[in-house]
Design a protein around this ligand. Sequence first.
Ligand code: SAH
Length: 475
Amino acid sequence: MEYKEYKKNDILTVTIDDMGNDGEGIGKIDGYTLFIKDAVIGDVVSCKIMKAKKNYAYAKLEKVLAPSSARTEPICKYYRQCGGCQLQAMSYEAQLEYKQNKVRNHLIRIGGFDKELVETVMEPIVGMEQPYYYRNKAQFPVGTDKEGNLISGFYAGRTHDIIANTDCALGVKENQEILEIVLAYMKDNGITAYHEKSGKGTVRHILIRKGFTSGEIMVCLVVNLKKSLPAQDQLVDLLKKVPGITSVSLSINMERTNVIMGKEVRTIWGRDTIMDTIHVRNTSDFSLTNQSIDFCISPLSFYQVNPVQTEKLYSLALEYAGLTGKETVWDLYCGIGTISLFLAGRAKKVYGVEIVPQAIEDARKNTELNGITNAEFFVGKAEEVLPEKYEKEGIYADVIVVDPPRKGCDEACLNTMLKMQPKRIVYVSCDSATLARDMKVLCEGGYEVVKVRAVDQFGQTVHVETVVLMSRVDG
Ligand code: SAH
């Protein structure tokens, strides 16, 4: 088909009838596709072309001419500049529909599953009761504004320019006070912010994490410095007055990298870890049961950021695992043993594998803390530990649970899982595209999809968590 020639700066009117994976609005004019950031499905907008290609263009939202019924007023004034939230202008209900569709489309397009099958196995997405102020962790970059004032906030979308905002609508209310204390202390003592381009300056990031059940708060300053901070005691004196703070530490990161945390953490006041509790919920209505597990969490360990939804997610994973007390279970990518310890109560034995040594230290402490005796942990890459244990020791699994990072499972890991032939595989995923890719491999290797359920852990953003049950066809 021949398109009309469109070029940069053209102003067009278009109806938005779809949304992309990054939350951008998508509209078509005679088959020519426009991608428009900040436009919402159902809007009629005028937009200006920024970059025109033969079949499509990226355009900037100029004006909403007729708002979609899914539109709502974003509560954060930095919403359009900040890279953190992509869906604040959409009602929460519409956000859930978008996420359910995203998972469905990935299963069909990337996983190659039949549309009818997907409709039968997918259960309704589990939404949040309170889609703001839900994050238990935030990592704020520190920098300077044009006038040279110290600031902290968020990176503007797709850049490393910092927007000063200490009051993020996703985080806990204590964040603001803590950030202001740290910035004032830095100013008082002439401590500089780290400058990415030159590699000079001292404070890079401020990590704040709160245990929602325990109320305990950890503050960790990521610094480009080997020794103590100047007037460090002053910082500690100020921070320990904030109710809840039980741990203050420095993470030493002197590398020219955009990895936030350094490998070494030094506690400068209080304990090395904070505590939190995760409850098992009934999966019929997600009400709390009287079972729970306590966790200690160190600054370097991964811990799910939305504690309320995590309880729902793990409870579903536990239900999908279908344990009776007789099973041997492997929990790959286990972090601090969160899912492993959930499973341990209903399994004969649980083995966890995780790449970060501090996380495994936490996992072992957590096992002891909860009086659990049937969980064992290994440090290493899942794709190396599992094949090695399988080939050398002939290990066995009735159920394998995986919860990999966004890039999904390594091929060597998937192949070993197939060789081990567990009855069930429970896949917890934070990226439905790589999930669908891996499910395809597992289903071609002898598994069938039984259940898929999306859980919204990240309201206002395009991200979505999914839990899947696959079972062995001849098992
Ligand atoms: N199941 C845990 C952690 C999930 S996040 C929880 O719910 O809390 C994914 C985890 O995988 C992180 O802890 C990360 O450190 C770990 N990881 C990343 N790559 C890995 C690999 N190749 N092998 C094992 N663990 C890995």
